[in-house]
Design a protein around this ligand. Structure first.
Ligand code: PHE
Length: 449
């Protein structure tokens, strides 16, 4: 095994790392339109319920496995269930985040490109509607993807403490400050009311099976569940950290960020007249429009706001992409016994190639379809609809049925030291043994219809 494992310095920095993984593009472009499409405040309530009663317990299962085994996902499962096939399932959770990273880096690259545009040229009436021609071109998106993935690689190369922990420790407070400033600005825009109403008016007429399916999918994606990132980060967590507090702290930070991001973005979406359910391109199509409008009356402010906005998106995406990258690096370093530098390089090459194909699938490769999906959408659907759900199920079943009950209790209560956790252990254990697996399977089956 690796000679000496690094650890996060404290519970606070562990929360900032996990929250960094959680807070990302999922909060900024996905959550706002998910909420919008699924009944606004009604969706937010259901989402809250899914996060607290389903996602947090699943997250704790990953934490229990990772912190106890102190190894990458593959080795953790092998250590805790020696000689069984569980480790091969663990290998799947090494692959899944790397597939996500590949297409995530494409969108991260778009953000880097828009940040550069905001800094150096600004948006004008002429270039505002250019997203379609930008992302379908060949070189610019590829270059942007390379830059984004390159920055991710450099941070990961810095190591767990000097790279990942340090970057998250500074970025998380900055991100909250930025998104709050943007939201305050955004809801004071003329015509913002409609956007705010879209988000807060509970509309129970739109609530159906799909709402629950979407809320669960969003909770998994947003909290980075089922793909080994939580497990890997938890393997760097100290033994005296209270995992329940860390888990709840992470979920609450992620939720608050998502809601504020909704308030930052929806008013802008409405003011620009773009369809809120547009998907990955949404923020790139709507935000520049707003900056052009604002630029006509207050050019300097408009420029500053657009820089801040895209900076927020880039940093949020980076805190997530490093967590996916680290899953692969931890695996390669520990299993193939090679240096961190070489491991970082290998992951770079693999994810760059897959990402490049995903990027080209908006342009020259748009005709290449698998099951009717472009490569970008295929990677998205396979990971968020299947691999994440499967991974989450795997972790709850492993913790609830395979691991020794005493081991789980000891991790949950720090060997009985945490009294409150001791009282909550029974309901938690019941939840992960029975409720969580059944709910995951039922919702998954319902989503196939
Ligand atoms: N949670 C991240 C987001 O909201 C995405 C992510 C998924 C990160 C899986 C790591 C693993 O953008």
């Amino acid at each position: 095994m690796a000679a000496k494992r690094e650890h996060f310095a404290s519970s606070i920095t562990a929360v900032s790392a996990l929250a960094g993984s959680a807070i990302g593009l999922g909060n900024i472009w996905r959550f706002p339109y998910m909420a919008g499409q699924n009944g606004g405040a009604a969706f937010i309530l259901i989402y809250l319920f899914c996060v607290l009663f389903l996602a947090v317990p699943i997250m704790l299962c990953e934490t229990i496995i990772g912190r106890n085994a102190e190894a990458n996902t593959f080795r953790s499962l092998e250590k805790l269930a020696p000689g069984t096939s569980w480790k091969w399932l663990g290998l799947l959770t090494v692959l899944a985040p790397l597939i996500i990273l590949s297409y995530y880096s494409v969108v991260g690259g778009w953000s880097v490109n828009y940040l550069a545009k905001s800094l150096f040229s600004g948006f004008s009436a002429e270039n505002v509607a250019l997203f379609g021609s930008f992302n379908s071109s060949v070189w610019m998106p590829l270059l942007s993807h390379t830059v984004f993935l390159g920055i991710t690689a450099l941070i990961v190369l810095g190591g767990v403490k000097k790279g990942i922990e340090l970057f998250n420790k500074f970025s998380i407070p900055v991100l909250f400050f930025l998104i709050l400033a943007i939201a305050v600005y955004s809801i004071t825009l003329p015509g913002a009311g409609e956007g705010v109403r879209y988000l807060v008016k509970p509309d129970f007429r739109n609530v159906d099976d799909d709402t629950f399916i979407n809320a669960m999918g969003q909770a998994f994606f947003s909290l980075s569940l089922g793909v080994g990132t939580v497990l890997t980060y938890s393997s760097y967590m100290k033994k005296d950290a209270d995992i329940m507090r860390v888990g709840i702290g992470t979920a609450v930070a992620d939720l608050i960020f998502a809601v504020i991001a909704g308030f930052a973005i929806m008013p802008a979406v409405f003011a620009s007249g773009v369809e809120p359910g547009t998907g990955p391109g949404l923020i790139f199509e709507t935000l520049p429009f707003i900056f052009v409008k604002l630029g006509a009356v207050a050019p300097v402010l408009s420029r500053i706001m657009s820089v801040l906005f895209f900076l927020t998106i880039v940093v949020a995406a980076l805190t997530s992409s490093i967590s996916m990258y680290e899953v692969g690096v931890a695996y390669i370093v520990e299993e193939k016994k090679i240096s961190r530098r070489k491991a970082v390089l290998r992951i770079f090459i693999g994810t760059w190639l897959l990402g490049a194909l995903c990027s080209l699938s908006f342009g020259p490769l748009s005709g290449v379809k698998v099951f009717g999906l472009t490569l970008f959408s295929l990677c998205d659907v396979v990971t968020s609809n299947f691999l994440m759900t499967f991974g989450a199920l795997l972790f709850v079943i492993f913790t609830g049925w395979k691991l020794d009950r005493e081991l789980v209790r000891n991790e949950f209560t720090n060997n009985g030291m945490l009294k409150l956790n001791g009282r909550l252990f029974k309901p938690f254990y019941f939840q992960i043994r029975y409720i969580a697996p059944i709910v995951i399977v039922v919702i998954f089956l319902a989503s196939l219809n």
